[in-house]
Ligand binder design. Sequence first.
Ligand SMILES: C[S@@+](CC[C@H](N)C(=O)[O-])C[C@H]1O[C@@H](n2cnc3c(N)ncnc32)[C@H](O)[C@@H]1O
Length: 141
Amino acid sequence: MHENIQFFQAFLKNPLKVGAIAPSSGELTQKMVDGIKPTVNSVILELGVGTGAFTKRIQEITPNKDSYLGIELDKDLIKSLRTKFPDMRFMCGNACKSFALHKRSKLGKVDYIVCGIPFVTLPNDVGDKILLEIEKFMDQG
Ligand SMILES: C[S@@+](CC[C@H](N)C(=O)[O-])C[C@H]1O[C@@H](n2cnc3c(N)ncnc32)[C@H](O)[C@@H]1O
């Protein structure tokens, strides 16, 4: 199925959680991924993967399968992400629990977080929980 149609279907199913009617553009994707310099010992964590607009670009710079973890709430999107990116690791789950999900994945230290979560359309308390989770990955100072 075409990516835009799949994204729009996900939006119709859950407009506030998806928060957009189409995937991010190539220009935005480039801006989001610019500056990421992954190493074999670190992990890029992507929250709110959608149809994988950022993932496509991240895949080009990811050293191996253990250097990436994508967390997405929608199980239909997860199913198609696993088909589209067989060498990337995805977990179906809530970004509010990303620290525990990453721990369960047994992957290495997270050095980069790429976040596609639509904070504007989510309830404030959910947004706050996700930001607190992100903080847990931060090094002291
Ligand atoms: C605006 S879309 C962005 C998708 C993609 N990153 C892009 O830029 O095209 C937001 C995505 O975040 C997912 N999402 C929303 N809340 C989430 C949560 N609490 N945990 C994990 N994923 C979530 C939605 O299902 C949707 O796929």
